[in-house]
Design a protein around this ligand. Structure first.
Ligand SMILES: [Zn+2]
Length: 161
């Protein structure tokens, strides 16, 4: 079987399917010559072939069934990067935090909050703008409550991966 692409943005490239163990998904290795080669997620190759163009850095290919190994066309949809990551986040438990700078209440993935608390972070900021603020650095009420609940054991400490 000839595995050279005959159409689309990668025309002329030979395609090799490579299993990326750490990510648990298929990649495409595209080779035209010794120096002209590239690697991309199999799902991105599928989408590029469907659209007839390369994808931009802010376009991601979403697996509708959340199964990264299911690269069938019917399972793939293109979406802006931010939307895709918020879909991933939506399945995670979230924790409400109060910004140590502006006082705004905002949400962070509980996993991320635990990790940071375990590393000794005492305050959280809602945005990059607020993160630039160098204040007294005191523990906000919300975070103080979290730390005391963690010490009491009602919130499990993050385990080492
Ligand atoms: Zn803020």
């Amino acid at each position: 079987m000839d595995r050279t692409l005959r159409s689309g943005p990668f025309v002329g490239y030979r395609v090799y399917r490579v299993w990326h163990k750490a990510e648990g998904r298929w990649y495409a290795q595209l080779v035209k010559s010794e120096t002209d080669r590239t690697t991309l997620q199999w799902a991105r190759l599928m989408m590029s072939q469907r659209l007839g163009r390369r994808l931009g850095p802010n376009e991601t290919v979403d697996h509708q069934d959340n199964n990264k190994t299911n690269d069938r066309h019917s399972n793939l949809q293109i979406m802006p990067r931010a939307e895709n990551s918020s879909k991933g986040r939506a399945r995670e438990p979230m924790t409400e935090l109060q910004c140590a700078c502006c006082g705004k209440i905002f949400m962070r993935a509980t996993r991320d909050v635990r990790f940071r608390l375990c590393r000794g972070q005492q305050t959280f900021r809602c945005s990059k703008a607020c993160a630039g603020w160098l204040g007294a650095g005191g523990t906000t009420g919300v975070v103080a409550g979290l730390i005391s609940r963690m010490k009491q054991g009602s919130i499990p400490l993050a385990r080492n991966p």
